[in-house]
Design a protein around this ligand. Structure first.
Ligand SMILES: [Zn+2]
Length: 136
């Protein structure tokens, strides 16, 4: 088993680990590892226990994780971006979710948005899904 170090968050409900892509640039500020991307606060949808949670940069822990990059069934992070809200007051949202490494279909993304409750019944606009890769 290959192990590498990665930043990991945990679902507050079921403790399921959320490994951030290891390419996330890290710099040292005040002697502590510091993630430099603009992903924080990170809103995460846990498929395991159907819970939406918000994570701060300080919540990430550097741990050893099993490398599964070569497996077609490896779980990866997907980013779902969309807007919704009352007309003229739409807000932008980003939800991260962990899925098998297959395309995240729009209807699956719509289901996550509906279950998250973020749109409170307002129509979803500008839906975009992408495999989450960190800024280089
Ligand atoms: Zn969970």
């Amino acid at each position: 088993m290959l192990v590498q170090r990665a930043y990991v968050l945990r679902c507050p409900e079921c403790q399921d680990p959320i490994a951030l892509p290891h390419q996330i640039p890290i710099e040292t500020i005040g002697g502590l590892p510091h993630l430099t991307t603009g992903i924080w606060p990170l809103t995460y949808w846990c498929e395991n226990c159907a819970t939406l949670s918000v994570h701060r940069e300080e919540d990430a822990r550097l741990v050893g994780v099993e490398v599964q990059a070569q497996s077609p069934y490896a779980e990866i992070l997907w980013l779902i971006e969309f807007e919704c809200g009352p007309e003229g007051y739409e807000k932008q949202f980003s939800i991260y979710t962990k899925r098998l490494a297959i395309p995240l279909e729009d209807d699956a993304a719509q289901r996550v948005i509906a279950l998250s409750g973020l749109c409170e019944g307002f129509p979803v606009r500008g839906l975009r899904t992408s495999r989450f890769l960190p800024n280089q």
